[in-house]
Design a protein around this ligand. Sequence first.
Ligand code: GMT
Length: 377
Amino acid sequence: MDTMLKIGITCYPSLGGSGVVATELGKLLAEKGHQVHFISHSVPFRLGTFHKNIFYHEVEVNDYYVFKYPPYDLTLANKMAQVAKMQQLDVLHVHYAVPHAVCAFLAKQMVGDHLKVVTTLHGTDITVLAQDESLKDLIRLAINESDAVTAVSKDLIRETHELLDITRNIDLTYNFVDKRMYYPRDTTELHKDYAFGDDRVLMHVSNFRPVKRVSDVVEIFAKVNEKIPSRLLLVGEGPDLPKIQFQIQELGLTDRVMFLGKQDDIPQVISLADILLLPSEKESFGLVALEAMACGVPTVGSQAGGIPELIIHGETGYLAPIGDTDKMAEHAIELLTNHQLMQTMIKNCLDRSQREFSNERMMAEYEQIYYRVLGRE
Ligand code: GMT
């Protein structure tokens, strides 16, 4: 029997950790010999250049004048069904419950039960949207009707069961990094462009949404900079950015902070940092902390959601209660002033990321789930 599968993947192609994980997984599966069909409104931003075994099917929404809101979700469901029939897909793997898991449920109704649906929950699809009464029942239906459901942390599994009052099995599939891309890069030359002399570098990478608590990042940085001359590099863009720019001006830190905007080469950028700051309010996993870990950069952050499953306090970084910027600054200062401690943490970060969150391990886990739902174990 041919063990190679035909897999449809739908994700948010243009933003966020869920899109990154879905795209990287698709690339790995294709490299292994599976046929991967991305179905979305745009080419996923991490897809890069041509890959053998990867196909892209664009969803084009009908903008007919009677529609106040063009029906992307319905068109996506129809496209999923068309691609599944035409390409004889075995599995539709959808990332983020809303609307993707619902669309996959509809597609399965159109195609038949032989098409299996795997849904991966990423975080705010549960922690924020499943609390919204206008979506809750629909999310519950899509999760219950999926052939397999995975979530990126134990905490997210717990929260899904609790918030949606469901009992079905949810597989744990942590986020991963490809070690061929994520390793410590040499930044000796580059460092001079981002920091003066011995300045230490603190970094935050996110979509600058309220859940990221970027103003806490600035507070932590201000406290650290009082003791140790430092630079703060802010990477990414989002709605809180103007507020953060104002806060930085008010604190007189303008010449100590740089806004790098959106960046593609995250391993190169992250390698510039001594510490990554992640003080989020909610974080089902915190992919960026894993990306930093794989580049030998410890994280100082909050104990939110799944972060403690990734960052072992005192081993690969430091965690404090959400909002406790004093404690987070204290930990950052301890790390920056204790060379031996920093070296040990860097080593722990590299070991743990490769041992627990490798691409090989996670791809094998996803493959096992596909074979299980297809009854081909
Ligand atoms: O809401 C977001 O932050 C975006 C969301 C996404 O879909 O990209 O991020 C979530 O998924 C990531 C990949 O699994 C996780 O690493 C993030 O922790 C998670 N974000 C939150 O839970 C806030």
